[in-house]
Design a protein around this ligand. Sequence first.
Ligand SMILES: Nc1nc2c(ncn2[C@@H]2O[C@H](COP(=O)(O)OP(=O)(O)OP(=O)(O)O)[C@@H](O)[C@H]2O)c(=O)[nH]1
Length: 459
Amino acid sequence: MSFYRSKHVFRALAWGMVSLGVLTGAIFPLVAVELGVSAELALSPTFVGTTLAAGLIVGGLNFALASRIVRPRLRRLTGKMRQVRSAMDQATYTGDWSECDPAVCQLKEQAEDELGDVADSYNALLQALHAAHRVEERIQNFNNTLSSQLDLHDLSEQALSLLIEHSEADGGAIILEKQGEWTIPASTGLIEPEAILKSPALQAAHEQAEVRRFDLPEEVRVDAVLSHFTPSDVLLLPIKHHGLLLGWVVLAAASPFSDKTTRLLPLMIQGLGLALNNALLHDDLQRVAALDPLTGLYNRRFGMKRLEEELARIQRNQTPLSLIIVDLDHFKRLNDTYGHLAGDKVLVRAASVIRDMLRKGDVVMRYGGEEFIAILPGSDIEDGADIAERIRFALAQSRVEVAGHTLSVTASIGIACTADDRLSSAEPLMKLADSRLYAAKSGGRDRVIAEGAGEALAS
Ligand SMILES: Nc1nc2c(ncn2[C@@H]2O[C@H](COP(=O)(O)OP(=O)(O)OP(=O)(O)O)[C@@H](O)[C@H]2O)c(=O)[nH]1
């Protein structure tokens, strides 16, 4: 019948019940005749009218009863749903989801029939929406926290600590590819994390960058406060940007990661790819801005900044610092004779010779055209002079082949030292070293001067 398919369930129910009542009322006189009531009485207009009216009334009452039982419950259900919908509308703009909390909005329907099923389904839907919102909120918070970070090291540390906080991990590390090498910019709670870089399993993982379970090399253990342990579950999650593998997040836990965590982590890491890519670009730009493009040494601007930093540091540590100025001799003549490109090759070689003579922790910059400065923290004037002499000698020995010519160059060098010359700031230190360089030039070039010329400070 058409009312089965009606859009108005209660109207259809009313039609159905009343029609059934009237039909029963209509059939009743015939049944009465069959049961022995005289046809004259049973089919009389009064009898038929009464049975029809009775059928109509019973149908109507049935409908009223059904409607009274079912409608309030349905109204409660729809009322709650409307409340949650409008709370969600609001929350989308205000960010306050407390009104949509399942604890507040759940339906407490006791019925064990279809109505109870509807309420249960509604409650389950509410829970699912709430859980989805919580995941979205976590991912958004994670991305917001990271997007403001451009320093690669700080970003990696922060990302790792958030990932550990949002998972059951006891320790972990971030592995990144930087200038063609795999490095670990952040690690927490792991003993000897560097061993991961040599792991064949990691090398194999690079081939197919996907989330996987991972066996840590034996020496990598989790550092619990009172003991070290081998984790029972380790996740290796790729960090990608536009499909390109930037690195990996390694998370290690004492007990297996839950399904929820293994599903949440890749979503969180999606945003990390963008943030790390920005930080890597920033890092590259900073490096490019700090370097002299011809020699790859620090440029003057960045080198002088480093000098200020080193001076501040040696003052705190009460150690000396020597500054060496190296100026190639008769470089103009070399350029004029063999050409600018030949001059460039000699500059590149000179830069590498000077760098090779220095220790880790020393700083070297190209200060100007054919002038280099080396900063030696911790060196007194004797150390400085010794290194300067080695630089002079190595430069004089080095040869550069250019278009069939073997070129060589000498250098004049001046040195000053914070402790021996009783200087503490960059300007007088540079001035004194420069005046000694001048003395080396005027003394005949190809020599080191480490004393005298103090009068330059007075000017
Ligand atoms: N090939 C090349 N030459 C450069 C570069 N920068 C500066 N120069 C040249 O270096 C030369 C420096 O000349 P000067 O300052 O007169 O010094 P010098 O000829 O070395 O003489 P002394 O220092 O007195 O021994 C100039 O001819 C510059 O053009 C560079 O990047 N490449």
